[in-house]
Design a protein around this ligand. Structure first.
Ligand code: COA
Length: 388
């Protein structure tokens, strides 16, 4: 089957930026175009993600604004909103359009501003993020996303004996990886002791178990199979799976199983004619350390119930049997909601081209990205591989 390929990728540093969203997106988009050697006028469509600009800074209908800013006024722009899975879903739709013959060259990416530059403090941003939970059954209880993932993780601890110390190992690993990534929000390392002494955010999560609020943008250039070979170092899209899970939380049969991730992974692996065992590394949605544990199991990378043990034993380290989040993940690279999904794909592209410098996974040829939104309610799983 004809496969779309990524031929250009770039992102801003994730962190704190005091610039409007079109400027942030422009930096990532123009970087991706330059990386591909594509002119703005050659791009046929923009698939764009922004989750909450309307709520954070009264900035909506961003599609034509960002397209104009990067010299693409006139092209069709689709804007996606799927909470934290926003730009991975934009990517999935772009892949369908390119593989279906609708377009040959498209720009895909996302942007978000979440730090106090938008005029909101941590409490206000937490309330805005919680708009992605169930309006009638969850929001009135006051539950927030640290709380949602704490519930999943508590259940996993109860069922499988996962410990807070094992979660701390996830934080130590991802901060260590992030310290090697110049685009990461945090350049600092941490220790198990420091992580276990941090203030409680939502039991069992302490400060070091949580991703930060970040600003940032990311973008990739996607082209059709026919065009891919005319570019340097194209990276093929093997498959993109997309599934949703039951909402509200109370209706989930076994919450910590994150069924949507399992369903999306099965689709992506089947499309790519591979399995979890064929992955050389993974970028997963570690909004909280416990979320990485659940994702490592849902993607089939680690046996069910063993995610925490695997992290503590170094099995998911950069030099372990299945490196997870070599970029630093959301935990250390950062989590600017609408930019996170394509940010993971920037890391896959960089690693699969062998361009990741000190954090390079040696010999990586195929990898998986997992991006979720809301109460693990939307999940997009993408397999990418070196073009054969
Ligand atoms: N990990 C590590 N350090 C963090 C951090 C994090 N997640 N968040 C903040 N810090 C650091 C800051 O850099 C700062 O360090 P400094 O004093 O050396 O400058 C210090 O902690 C205090 O920062 P501040 O912004 O005041 O923290 P806060 O208490 O307001 O917020 C959290 C911390 C963890 C509550 C907040 O980052 C959070 O809610 N994260 C989760 C976001 C979320 O839910 N995303 C959606 C997921 S689905």
């Amino acid at each position: 089957m004809a496969r779309a390929a990524v031929v250009g990728a770039d992102m801003t540093r994730f962190g704190v930026h005091d610039r409007p969203m079109q400027e942030l997106f422009g930096e990532a988009a123009l970087g991706a175009l330059a990386d591909a050697g594509v002119e703005p006028g050659e791009v046929e469509a923009l698939y764009f993600g922004n989750a909450m600009g309307g709520q954070t800074e009264n900035d909506t209908h961003l599609g034509p604004k960002v397209a104009s800013h990067v010299g693409m006024a006139g092209i069709p722009v689709q804007r996606y909103e799927d909470a934290c899975a926003t730009s991975a879903n934009a990517f999935k739709n772009a892949v369908e359009a390119v593989e279906g013959g609708v377009h040959d060259v498209v720009l895909v990416g996302g942007v978000e501003r979440c730090t106090p530059g938008v005029g909101k403090d941590t409490a206000e941003m937490t309330r805005i993020f919680a708009s992605a939970s169930h309006r009638q059954y969850e929001q009135p209880t006051g539950i927030t996303f640290p709380g949602v993932f704490a519930l999943f993780t508590k259940r996993h601890m109860h069922e499988h004996g996962t410990t807070e110390e094992q979660l701390a190992h996830v934080a130590v690993k991802n901060h260590g990886n992030g310290a090697l990534n110049p685009k990461a929000h945090f350049g600092k390392q941490t220790t198990v002791e420091e992580a276990l002494e941090g203030p409680i955010v939502a039991d069992p999560f302490r400060l070091m178990d949580c991703c930060p609020f970040s600003d940032g943008a990311s973008a990739v250039i996607l082209v059709s199979d026919d065009l891919a070979d005319s570019f340097d170092a194209p990276v093929d899209v093997g498959g993109v799976g997309h599934a949703t899970d039951v909402v509200p939380l109370a209706d989930k049969e076994v919450p910590h199983v994150t069924q949507a991730a399992r369903d999306a992974a099965a689709q992506a692996y089947e499309q790519a004619d591979t399995s979890a065992g064929g992955m050389d590394f993974a970028e997963v949605h570690d909004c909280f350390t416990g979320a990485e544990v659940l994702a490592s199991e849902a993607l089939g990378l680690i046996e069910d119930g063993q995610g925490g043990f695997a992290a503590a034993e170094g099995r998911t380290a950069r030099d372990g049997e299945i490196p997870i989040n070599p970029s630093g993940g959301l935990k250390a690279k950062g989590h600017p909601i609408g930019a996170t999904g394509t940010g993971q794909l920037v890391e896959l592209t960089t690693q699969l081209r062998g361009d990741a410098g000190e954090r390079q996974i040696d010999g990586a040829e195929r990898a998986v990205a997992h991006n979720l939104g809301g109460d693990a309610a939307t999940t997009v799983v993408t397999v990418m591989e070196v073009r054969g």
